[in-house]
Design a protein around this ligand. Structure first.
Ligand code: ADP
Ligand code: MG
Length: 290
C-alpha cells in the first residue's frame, strides 16, 4: 500500500538550514529510517564535507570514505551519474552516498567549471546526476552543509521539497530568516534571467530540538508561526538526551534493537518522529498524485 505508483520517480527532499547544530543531520537520518520502516526504499546523500550523516551510518569519513565515494567526481565532471558512489548501509532498504572532508573541493570545482565551460550550469550537477537512479527509490534524502554553498544550491535544485529544521530560539530563528532571503535572492537571480523556474512541491519547517524548559521558546514559536505560516509542520521534535545517546552509538530512535523502546522519554521522541515521518510520506504521496 505504501508503494510508489507505477512509473513514478523518487521524491527528492533536501534537509537544509544555514545554521549548524539545528538537527539537520538527525532529521535526515531519522526520516530515512522512518520511511524505510514504512516500506520505502531510500537513498541518502551526504553533501556536508563534515560527513556527520555518513558517521551516523557507522562509516568514518576520515578513513573509510575516499573521493570516489562522494559526489566530488560529479562536481568535477569526471562522472555524470551518481551510481558510482552508491553503497549499501547496515540498514536494510537504505543506500548511501557518503561524504568526507575532501568534498569541500566541490566549492572550488563548481565555480571553476562555470567560468571555463560554456553553457555549464553549476547548480544542476546533482539534479542531473541523480536522474539515472530516480526510478529505483521512493525517496532520495539529501543532507546539506550549514551554509549556502554551491553544494547546498545543488541539493536544493535537485529536490522536490525542502525540510528546514528550526529550534525555537531567537538566534536560530534569525539565521533561518537570512537563509531564506539569501536563497530566494540567489535563485531568482540565477534562474529568472535564464527563463527558468524552480518551484518546490513542498517546503516544511520542522520545529526541532524543542526545549520545553526554555521560557523563550513560546515567543519564538509565535514568530515562527507568523513568518512561515502553513509551512510549519504540526509536529515538534522534543529536545531529549535520548537523541544524543542514540547518536553517540551511531543510531537513531528507530534503532530499537539497541535501546529500551518502552522507556518514556524514548517513546516520546519516537512518537514525535513517527508523526513527522507520516507527514512527509503524505507530502510524497501528494507529489505522486499530481
Ligand atoms: P546539524 O546537522 O544541523 O548540524 P545535528 O543533527 O548534527 O545538527 O545535531 C546537532 C547535535 O544536536 C547532535 O549532537 C545531535 O545528536 C543533537 N540533537 C539533534 N536533535 C536533537 C534533539 N531533538 N534532542 C537532543 N539533541 C539533539
Ligand atoms: Mg549536519
Amino acid at each position: 500500500a505504501n508503494l510508489r505508483p507505477e512509473g513514478a520517480e523518487a521524491i527528492t527532499i533536501s534537509v537544509g538550514n544555514f545554521k549548524g547544530g539545528v538537527s539537520k543531520t538527525t532529521t535526515a537520518v531519522t526520516l530515512a529510517q522512518g520511511l524505510s520502516l514504512l516500506g520505502h526504499r531510500v537513498l541518502v546523500i551526504d553533501t556536508d564535507p563534515q560527513g556527520s550523516l555518513t558517521t551516523l551510518f557507522g562509516i568514518l569519513p576520515d578513513t573509510e570514505v575516499s573521493e570516489e565515494d562522494t559526489i566530488l567526481p560529479l562536481a568535477m565532471g569526471s562522472e555524470t551519474s551518481i551510481r558510482y558512489a552508491i553503497r549499501p548501509t547496515y540498514w536494510d532498504g537504505i543506500d548511501l552516498v557518503a561524504a568526507a572532508p575532501v568534498l569541500f573541493g566541490a566549492e572550488f570545482a563548481l565555480p571553476a567549471r562555470q567560468t571555463q565551460e560554456p553553457g555549464f550550469e553549476f547548480w544542476r550537477v546533482l539534479d542531473l546526476g541523480i536522474d539515472d537512479v530516480r526510478g529505483e527509490y521512493d525517496a532520495i534524502i539529501i543532507d546539506t552543509p550549514p551554509s549556502l554553498s554551491y553544494t547546498t544550491i545543488n541539493a536544493f535544485m535537485a529536490s522536490n521539497g525542502i525540510i528546514m529544521p528550526l529550534p525555537p530560539n531567537a538566534l536560530d530563528f534569525a539565521s533561518a530568516a537570512q537563509f531564506w532571503s539569501l536563497f530566494s535572492d540567489l535563485t531568482t537571480e540565477l534562474l529568472s534571467k535564464r527563463g527558468l523556474d524552480k518551484e518546490f512541491d513542498f517546503i516544511h519547517v520542522l520545529l526541532a530540538r524543542v526545549d520545553s524548559a526554555d521560557a523563550s521558546s513560546n515567543v519564538v514559536r509565535q514568530w515562527i508561526g507568523q513568518t512561515y505560516a502553513e509551512k510549519v509542520l504540526p509536529v515538534e521534535i522534543p529536545k531529549t538526551a535520548v537523541i544524543g545517546v542514540t547518536a553517540a552509538e551511531f543510531g537513531t530512535v528507530y534503532d530499537v534493537a539497541k535501546y529500551d523502546g518502552s522507556a518514556k522519554t524514548f517513546k516520546r521522541a519516537r512518537d514525535a518522529y513517527d508523526s513527522f515521518v507520516s507527514y512527509i510520506e503524505g507530502s510524497m504521496r501528494g507529489v505522486w498524485a499530481k
